[in-house]
Design a protein around this ligand. Structure first.
Ligand code: 5GP
Length: 202
């Protein structure tokens, strides 16, 4: 019986460092991939179609919703974002762990439809540090920074809906913690059901 991969859902406020943690995880672990989401947001400079996102018009996005092509989708900061279903399911069925770096609304939808997922919330060590990180990216206007800070403050209330909370003070440490979580998750009794049955039959 083939071992299935994990669906690793990672959320947290903008500026918490989720993206950097995810990239580092993939670099260190060949069996992990990151799901590429679809969005109606316009591409930023340096973003590549199919690598960062699949960039769709609203009509195209609505068509995908109608065709039931998304595992989840949500409106975030005025644009739609969704996780294409078939690739994620294929990879998990083939034993690959897949990271979904998605917002809280999407994570809650996945928790409902696929509770076997691993739900991780990444937080900044303080609001001040969060402000520094968002500001130093230099990509957002003052209004956007304020909006993201307010949103982050509100989002912290949802941390308890997740299985794990990582306070991202140090990248290396944060990646080590996620690695340990994945090792432990792979050894959960519930994920060993098939192998236990097989051993019993021998
Ligand atoms: P950005 O536009 O900065 O790349 O992403 C904005 C927000 O959208 C982030 O919080 C990110 O996690 C979230 N996001 C990205 N892809 C998806 C997705 O497929 N589904 C949902 N629900 N949120 C997503």
């Amino acid at each position: 019986m083939k071992k299935k991969g994990l669906a690793i859902v990672i959320s947290g406020p903008s500026g918490a460092g989720k993206g950097t943690i995810c990239k580092e995880l993939v670099k260190r672990n060949k069996n992990i991939s990151i799901s590429v989401s679809a969005t109606t947001r316009k591409p930023r400079k340096n973003e590549v179609e199919g690598k960062n996102y699949y960039f769709y018009s609203e009509e195209e996005f609505n068509e995908k919703i109608k065709e039931n092509d998304f595992l989840e989708y949500a409106k975030v900061y005025g644009n739609y974002y969704g996780t294409p279903k078939s690739k994620v399911i294929d990879e998990i069925e083939n034993g690959k762990d897949v990271i979904l770096e998605i917002d809280i609304q999407g994570a809650l939808q996945i928790k409902e439809s696929y509770p076997k997922g691993v739900f991780i919330f990444v937080m900044p060590p303080s609001m001040e540090e969060l402000r520094n990180r968002i500001t130093s990216r230099g990509t957002d206007s003052r209004e956007v920074i304020l909006e993201r800070m307010e949103c982050a403050y509100h989002e912290l209330n949802y941390a308890f809906k997740y299985d794990y909370v990582i306070i991202n003070d140090d990248l290396d440490e944060a990646v080590k913690i996620v690695d340990s979580i994945l090792i432990a998750e792979n050894h959960r009794a519930i994920r060993k059901k098939d192998i236990i049955e097989k051993i019993k039959e021998e």
